[in-house]
Design a protein. Structure first.
Length: 113
């Protein structure tokens, strides 16, 4: 799987976009779990991230987006909700070798809070 992670901070809410190209799983829940685990590894302080839920959002072009709701415990103990979108390109349109090891690509632009 290749992940591209982009973040944008707007006030106190960070919008995190994770695009995953997943050629290993067809199952929506498994795709979301894999995406979340990989995204968690890319977040600055993953121990402060608490994922709550995810839901699939169908897109007309055949890709699958997973919206993820999670909270982040900040240094001062305040919690706030964050959203991320995890998009999966239709695997039929990809010419990737499913036996390749995880290949990670990322763009991270999270402003300091």
């Amino acid at each position: 799987m290749t992940l591209i992670l982009k973040g944008l901070t707007l006030g106190t809410v960070t919008v995190l976009t994770v695009t995953g190209f997943n050629v290993f799983q067809d199952n929506e829940t498994q795709q979301a779990e894999i995406c979340l685990e990989q995204a968690k590894r890319l977040i600055k302080h993953p121990e402060s991230v608490h994922f709550q839920e995810h839901k699939a959002v169908d897109v007309k072009d055949g890709s699958l987006r997973i919206q993820v709701i999670y909270t982040v415990k900040k240094d001062n103990g305040k919690r706030y909700k964050e959203n991320s979108v995890c998009g999966f390109i239709n695997r039929d349109s990809l010419e990737l070798n499913p036996n390749d090891k995880f290949n990670q690509s990322r763009e991270l632009a999270l402003a300091e809070r």
